[in-house]
Design a protein around this ligand. Structure first.
Ligand code: HEM
Ligand code: SF4
Length: 565
């Protein structure tokens, strides 16, 4: 009998997989070349994530047999696209995917319903449009977020630049991506250069799990900075000159139902750094995750647990040792609001930008609103800058004032309103839902397909109570992983079983407070029944300008403790 002689925990299966094939090629190229194969092996599914691809199946069709398909995610730092890149993605979604584009809650773009036959052409053509899917998923640094609102002040462009530089510095170096998707051949693992490859930053086994970075410019916290593993809060002087950043570390959303060792966590504010150190610091924070997070248990393999267990002081000391300088105390800052800018707005340079509400992030033609076609027409004709927002909406930037009227008319001719008040009610505009069914293999309940109707019903209840004009942030996910950041919302719905949701209450407007569990396993018609009395009390008891989440914190949580989860 073999006895265990050390206490070193056993590495997870994914760790062994990465160690065996550090270029991350697996047998992807072979499966792509095999016309008989309609899907990838389980091992390849893990490698594919590093290439920005999730094997999925249409869960609506499971009863009649498995329909394999793929989700492909483009990595787009700060959500900035050229018109040509957007138009390429629009055409690719029609040719290779389900004719929709999904703006994600991390400012990326997803293609859904891609079939294996079209996969290589899609990824190759994405690269031809000078975009990439490499490291959009997987155990690496994910899409770096940054405030997308164009040039309201001088800071936006500098912060976007830093986000791009950090994204570039943290990109994995494997050649397998280029080889498989562009050249169409597998890298030879018998070649020592590939067999012995170790990424200069990530090493042979990459990160224990994903790593998320965001930049924010106070007072706007549109990126939910404290929900990220690593965050940079821009600090500027009175004249708007960028002085540096406050570093945040150890935030994260994901949890698992029934496992109290997993939880959402707000990042700690670690200290101030000059802006020329931003790449070094991002790299060093990432290496602490690389070296200290739990490689034996993927549910526990996030930087937030390292910082929770070892403390922010330990983290700062470890980081200072790695970067070779001491952080100054955090500089004062204040987050006052979150959310995206909608409608027509003026940029500092006199040009205009248009914030367009995209319901649940899905760009499509449906229900008399031909959003996909309208965007294609407007972007082809007027060539505006494109920004994807953290609230999974879209901004068209750098528009000459003289074009405002024509663009408004062109959108209207496709049933798309540009006036902020007509783009969807105040509740809807502030809502987010993750994808969930039918594509996400982890979904326990509906989200994207369900939230719009629930919002309509909640709008009805709020209007009856005289709260029709009140913004309340509402976010829904189909499982506790938290892709739409539900634990930062004033009301978060988290799927637990088909038609059953947890209700989480009490986030705030600046997105600096986690909400807490109010009710477990609430079934569909009871959601409004549960919320109505709370809304009624809020209408009666609220202080001037008090938001629902703040009333929950001030009154509800004083009367009753949050539920156990
Ligand atoms: C903790 C475990 C998590 C797992 C296993 C996971 C897995 C997934 C999967 C499978 C999808 C694809 C769904 C589809 O498009 O069909 C997805 C989407 C997405 N996830 Fe996660 N996720 C996790 C947590 C998070 C968190 C905490 C965030 C960010 C706060 C996040 C951000 C996203 C984004 C931006 C998308 C794209 C679609 C959208 O915007 O809803 N994920 N995730
Ligand atoms: S929150 Fe869950 S259900 Fe929704 S997309 Fe993420 S993993 Fe899928």
């Amino acid at each position: 009998m073999v006895t265990q002689t050390t206490n070193t925990p056993k590495p997870s299966a994914n760790e062994l997989l990465k160690e065996r094939d550090p270029v991350l090629g697996g047998s992807i190229a072979q499966t792509l070349a095999d016309p008989q194969a309609d899907h990838f092996s389980e091992d390849d599914a893990q490698f594919l994530k590093f290439h920005g691809i999730y094997p999925q199946d249409d869960r609506d069709l499971r009863k009649t047999g498995k329909k394999h398909m793929l989700m492909v995610r483009c990595r787009i730092p700060g959500g900035v696209l050229t018109p040509a890149q957007y138009l390429a993605c629009d055409a690719l979604a029609t040719r290779y995917a389900n004719n929709t584009l999904r703006v994600t809650s991390r400012q990326a773009l997803q293609f859904h319903g891609v079939l294996k036959d079209g996969l290589r052409a899609l990824v190759r053509e994405i690269n031809e449009a000078l975009l990439s899917t490499l490291a959009a998923c997987g155990d690496v640094s994910r899409n770096v977020m940054a405030p997308p609102t164009p040039a309201l002040d001088g800071l936006g462009a500098q912060v976007q630049d830093h986000a791009r530089q950090v994204a570039l510095a943290l990109a994995p170096r494997t050649q397998a991506y280029h080889s498989i998707w562009i050249d169409g051949v597998a890298l030879d693992l018998a070649d020592p250069a590939n067999r012995d490859f170790a990424d200069p930053l990530y090493g042979r086994t990459y990160l224990p799990r994903k790593f998320k970075i965001a930049f924010a410019i106070p007072p706007l916290n549109d990126v939910d900075i404290l929900s990220n593993c690593c965050g940079f809060i821009a600090i500027s002087d009175a004249g708007g000159k960028l002085l540096g950043y406050n570093l945040t570390a150890g935030g994260g959303m994901g949890r698992s139902h029934g496992n109290t060792e997993t939880f959402p966590r707000l990042a700690d504010v670690i200290g101030f750094l000059p802006s020329d150190k931003v790449q070094d610091v991002a790299r060093a924070v990432l290496t602490i995750h690389r070296d200290f997070s739990d490689r034996s248990n993927r549910k526990h393999a996030r930087l937030k647990y390292v910082i929770e267990e070892r403390g922010a002081e330990w983290f700062r000391a470890e980081l200072e040792q790695r970067v070779g300088f001491k952080f100054e105390a955090p500089r004062p800052y204040r987050f006052e609001n979150q959310g995206d800018a909608f409608g027509w707005n003026r940029q500092a340079d006199g040009r205009l930008f248009l914030g367009l509400f995209v319901e649940t992030g899905r760009i499509k033609d449906a229900n008399g609103r031909r959003v996909k076609t309208a965007l294609r027409e407007v972007i082809a004709k007027y060539q505006p800058g494109i920004r994807l927002t953290p609230g999974n909406n879209l901004i068209l930037a750098d528009i000459a004032p003289a074009q405002q009227k024509e663009i408004t008319h062109l959108f209207a001719s496709y049933g798309v309103e540009t006036d902020v008040e007509r783009q969807g009610g105040i509740l809807r505009r502030a809502s987010m839902a993750c994808v969930a069914l039918p594509t996400c293999g982890l979904a326990l309940a509906e989200s994207e397909r369900y939230l719009p109707d629930l919002i309509t019903r909640l709008e009805g209840v709020l209007a009856e109570l005289g709260l029709g004009g009140q913004e309340i942030t509402i976010r829904m996910t189909g499982c506790p992983n938290g892709c739409a950041r539900p634990y930062m919302a004033e009301i978060g719905f988290v799927g637990k079983a088909p038609g059953r949701y947890q209700i989480w209450l009490g986030g705030n407007e600046g997105s600096t407070r986690l909400n807490r569990l109010y009710r477990d396993m609430v079934k569909d018609p009871d959601i409004t029944v549960e919320l109505r009395p709370l809304f009624a009390r809020y209408a009666q008891e609220r202080l001037p300008a008090e938001r629902f989440g703040d009333w929950v914190e001030r009154v509800l949580w004083k009367e009753q403790p949050p539920a156990a989860n």
